[in-house]
Design a protein around this ligand. Structure first.
Ligand code: ZN
Length: 424
């Protein structure tokens, strides 16, 4: 509550007491005002329990404030923390914000990470999002790869199919680091990009012969030995590093280098000439990821697009995904939800993971509303319906643990204690 309003309320309160002849008690708790959210069913991490929660000064509390400014009847709706999207690119620049911003509000996604781009595009996106975008976005505006690495090919390709000169892309669309010495030499570019996160790209780093193959030009990644010095440098400046990993060897490189998150679970596609063995994570790397608290954003739904309608291909990839995900989950590695889909939000990844059946419905819901928001914003009290946590939540028209569609039937979106829209 603004200070002036609080003072005004306090003075009214004191005047009232004086009028009836009582001296105000100096040990009385300060008057508080807030909103009561009544008749809701609230997610406790396992299921939904009935109750009333209050929002006071943007925080959740079970303790009724002395003044209830507004009462909101949730009419038996299912309340849970907002959704999060840990891997996308569709809010990465101002044009994308124009295309995709409304979808985030509609889908109830209030926390997101955009995993590439540069300082300029991130700044333009922030401006396009405006001061109250309804979604808190992290920008990996320092996106680092090799001179022949992803996203070079994508960034060069013009709408008419021609290729822009490599020099226009290098150290502009993404930052090039080919050698360990480049980490220090190019670090001013990282700083200048003012990133919320650093993105480092590994693509089959165990196959150095790809560098000589023209078919691979523009889709390779960092030389494996560059990653650990890069991570050390980022950490020394308080920056977290997300790694794009394509193969099991990339995963091992990333975990040994102590990145903060893995941006893709390897094996959403099996490259030509390779097989399951190239993508099956080894147990030691999984154990090290667990020990170091390295989360994995699975982006497993990409398998569907990559299979291009080939059911046998998809079945092979899904068997691989189940094997890798089950062993990660059993080891205690946090699985975060991110779609990496321009035309979608993390809801498609949620649905895909539910279809794979690798975790219980409650665990999957916790991944969406608790683990993913906390991965994105570890210093904030978000992702739970609990005392002192930020009063942002969704109210669904149905129980998402038993009715998958309920995830898309949002009755209310509440942000910092305010109902930001009414039932649609
Ligand atoms: Zn991506």
């Amino acid at each position: 509550m603004p200070l002036l309003r609080r003072l005004a309320l306090l003075s009214l309160f004191s005047t009232a007491l004086l009028t009836i002849g009582c001296a105000p008690r100096t040990d009385a708790p300060p008057a508080t005002s807030g909103t009561a959210f009544e008749n809701g069913l609230w997610f406790d991490g396992e299921g939904f329990v009935p109750g009333t929660w209050y929002a006071v000064d943007g925080r959740l509390t079970r303790t009724a404030p002395s003044v209830i400014g507004q009462r909101v009847d949730l009419q038996g709706g299912h309340a849970l923390p907002p959704f999060a999207e840990a891997h996308n690119h569709n809010l990465q620049n101002a044009w994308g914000v124009g295309q995709a911003h409304a979808r985030y509000r509609e889908h109830g996604v209030m926390y997101a990470a955009m995993l590439c781009g540069n300082g300029e595009s991130a700044q333009a996106a922030r401006e396009a999002l405006g001061p109250d975008p309804g979604v808190d976005v992290l920008f990996a505006s320092a996106c680092i790869s090799s001179s022949d690495g992803h996203p070079l090919r994508m960034a060069r390709t013009q709408p008419d199919g021609t290729l822009a000169p490599v020099e226009d892309i290098h150290d502009t669309s993404y930052i090039v680091m080919d050698t360990v010495a480049d980490v220090a030499r190019k670090w001013p570019l990282v700083r200048a990009a003012q990133p919320d996160l650093v993105k480092a790209i590994l693509v089959h780093g165990e196959r150095p012969e790809h560098r000589d193959n023209p078919d691979m030009h523009g889709i390779n990644g960092l030389a494996p030995e560059v990653l650990a010095p890069l991570v050390r440098r980022a950490h020394s400046e308080g920056l977290r590093v997300v790694a794009h990993t394509e193969s099991a060897a990339d995963f091992r490189t990333a975990v040994e280098a102590a990145v903060d998150w893995i941006g893709h679970l390897p094996g959403y596609r099996i490259w030509d000439g390779m097989d399951e063995a190239d993508y099956r994570l080894d147990d030691a790397s999984i154990a090290l990821a667990a020990e170091r608290g390295i989360a994995v954003v699975a982006t497993a739904n990409l398998a569907e697009g990559a299979a291009r309608g080939n059911a046998a291909k998809l079945a092979r990839v899904q068997a691989l995904q189940k094997d890798n995900l089950s062993r990660l989950i059993d080891a205690g590695v946090v699985i975060a939800i991110g779609s990496d889909r321009y035309d979608a939000t993390s809801l498609v990844e949620f649905d895909y993971l539910r279809g794979l059946g690798v975790m219980s419905d409650a665990a999957l819901l916790r991944a969406m509303v608790e683990h993913t928001p906390r991965l994105l914003f570890p210093d904030r009290r978000i992702g739970r319906i609990a005392d002192g946590y930020e009063a942002s939540f969704l109210v669904l028209d149905g129980n998402p643990l038993t009715d998958a569609d309920a995830m898309r039937r949002i009755r209310h979106r509440v942000r910092d204690g305010h109902v930001v829209d009414q039932p649609s």
